[in-house]
Design a protein around this ligand. Structure first.
Ligand SMILES: [Mg+2]
Ligand SMILES: [Zn+2]
Length: 178
């Protein structure tokens, strides 16, 4: 039997990468309501085009995101689902979400590599030739744990975090993928 060549992937974080971050006291967070999404967040400029571009280059585009806010009671499930549905115009190949709270001690919450390892199995991914695009140290750490390269999207709150690579904006992302 012929073994299929492993695929390469670009993993994307949601908040601060695909959605504009809401920055409070110098820290980024997800929208806590539909109103917050509409007034303070929204789709990051160039996000859809960046995902289309990485796919055109032959990569899988996979969203991997921690979303503990329903469990913490800061957003209702219904409002969270509306916010998440704003991603539907972006052609991700797959979406992995950790809904746990920190004290659940799950294996999927970034910076643990659970979601990336699940994707690796499901899609036959070569993690060493894949990338994790994020905006916080957790995204850099999960990339390291999973053995892929980290790319930070520049933001005032991550200027002191070191990563394998950085990009000023999503529209320049594809230049880094080789
Ligand atoms: Mg983020
Ligand atoms: Zn989890």
């Amino acid at each position: 039997m012929k073994t299929e060549a492993k695929k390469r992937a670009v993993f994307f974080d949601r908040d601060g990468v695909i959605f504009k971050p809401i920055v409070m006291d110098g820290r980024p967070r997800a929208p806590h309501s539909i109103v917050e999404y509409k007034t303070l967040s929204g789709i990051m400029p160039g996000a859809k085009e960046a995902v289309e571009k990485v796919k055109a280059l032959g990569f899988l585009a996979i969203l991997v995101t921690n979303q503990p806010d329903i469990a913490y009671g800061v957003i209702s499930k219904k409002e969270w689902e509306w916010v998440q549905s704003q991603l539907s115009s972006i052609p991700f190949d797959d979406i992995f979400i950790c809904f746990h709270r920190r004290d659940d001690n799950c294996e999927c919450m970034k910076p643990k590599p659970g979601m990336l390892l699940e994707a690796e199995k499901k899609w036959n991914i070569n993690l060493a030739k894949s990338f994790m695009v994020g905006d916080t140290e957790s995204d850099v750490l999960v990339a390291k744990e999973a053995g892929c390269k980290s790319i930070l999207v520049d933001a005032p709150y991550n200027s002191s975090v070191s990563s394998d690579m950085r990009t000023h904006s999503l529209s320049e992302l594809s230049n880094l993928l080789s």
